[in-house]
Design a protein. Structure first.
Length: 74
């Protein structure tokens, strides 16, 4: 018996309210699995590329990007 068949057999044996609860739980697990993998830091993603970006590098990039940005009331 495959995993799918086993799961469906056990699900069918539950009363309707518990079937709904089981489906809700499976949907929760599915959503959790989609969002869990997307929370990796960029530093971790770049670790094998040999980059070393310091706080000062980031601060300088911010100054360059926002230096000429128009400010309200100035």
């Amino acid at each position: 018996m495959s995993l799918d068949e086993s799961f469906l057999e056990k699900l069918r044996q539950l009363p309707p309210d518990k079937q709904r609860e089981a489906i809700d739980f499976v949907e929760y697990l599915h959503k959790k699995s989609l969002t869990t993998g997307s929370k990796r830091s960029l530093k971790g993603l770049w670790s094998d590329l040999g980059f070393d970006i310091s706080e000062e590098d980031l601060a300088q990039a911010r100054r360059e990007m926002w230096g000429n940005f128009p400010r309200k009331g100035v």
